[in-house]
Design a binder for this molecule. Structure first.
Ligand code: SF4
Ligand code: SF4
Length: 264
């Protein structure tokens, strides 16, 4: 599970058709060894699934199970899963029987031992986002000794990672903004907004419905109803909001009345 140490990452860039041999199961000697002392970067959809699995709010989840890491290069804040403080450094969800939240485990746990990344590349005169994959080979992982063969695409489907990728795709493209001319590092206020809209859905909902947000922005009635009742729509609205505040796209419109009253 990421963030693996650089020495464990194989340098070859792979595609969905690349093949490998691997099997992970309860009978393997290293069972659950990969669930300790590891940095697991969480995505917005991971948090939505895990907090609902545990029946707690996003705020409680973030407080109890994560810590924030600010990426030095981009200044983006990320939520990482907090391992236990003792010498074992275990994931809070691992037991001798395996992962207690298996059906809602994070995307990066699903992909392991495959790593996934996205970069910008030139296609003709256009810049497009391209996903690629790589293998993580940690010494303790015996899964590679199996003869069970997969393509990366087959692995992705088998591990239920497709839905997660679809849910997080827009967010991941926002993370690539540092490659766009004119994009700056986040100041404290924008970083807090970035974190809230990415990870803290319940607080983001209060921010929309409990303050002046709807007096400022012109949001369609149907969309308001949707984000009130559907968490996935709320999460995707968060991506839209991020694009707006980061000036990536004019995804929101300020109300004319608001502009008029505030320009007087
Ligand atoms: S969430 Fe589950 S699969 Fe991921 S590290 Fe924790 S116990 Fe392991
Ligand atoms: S085979 Fe690899 S992925 Fe499976 S439990 Fe062992 S270390 Fe973890």
């Amino acid at each position: 599970m990421p963030l693996p140490s650089m020495k464990d990452i194989e340098p070859t860039q792979l595609t969905l058709n690349s093949r490998f041999k691997f099997r992970c199961h309860k009978g393997v000697k290293c069972f659950t060894q990969c669930c300790s002392k590891i940095d697991i970067l969480l995505t917005p959809y991971d948090i939505l699934r895990m907090k609902n699995r545990l029946g707690i709010t996003s705020e409680e989840f973030l407080e109890k199970y994560t810590y924030m890491h600010i990426d030095e290069k981009t200044s983006h804040p990320f939520a990482l899963l907090k391992m236990s403080n003792d010498k074992e450094g275990k994931c809070p969800f691992v037991t001798a029987d395996g992962c207690t939240i298996y059906t809602d485990r994070p995307l990066n746990c699903r992909y392991y031992p495959v790593g996934q990344a996205i970069h910008k590349k030139l296609e003709g005169k256009k810049t497009v986002d391209e996903e690629f994959y790589f293998f993580v080979r940690e010494a303790h992982c015996l899964g590679y000794q199996s003869d069970r063969e997969w393509s990366i695409n087959e692995w992705k489907v088998n591990q239920g990672a497709e839905l997660y990728d679809d849910m997080n795709r827009e967010w991941k493209t926002i993370l690539l903004r540092d490659g766009i001319p004119g994009q700056e590092r986040l100041n404290d206020q924008k970083r807090a907004m970035f974190y809230m809209a990415s990870y803290d859905l319940d607080r983001f909902k209060s921010y929309i419905f409990g303050g002046r947000f709807l007096d400022v922005f012109d949001i369609d009635r149907d969309e308001i109803e949707k984000i009130k009742t559907d968490e996935i729509a709320l999460m995707k609205f968060g991506f839209k909001y991020l694009k707006y505040i980061l000036m990536l796209e004019e995804t929101l419109k300020v109300k004319k009345e608001y502009l008029k009253n505030n320009n007087q």
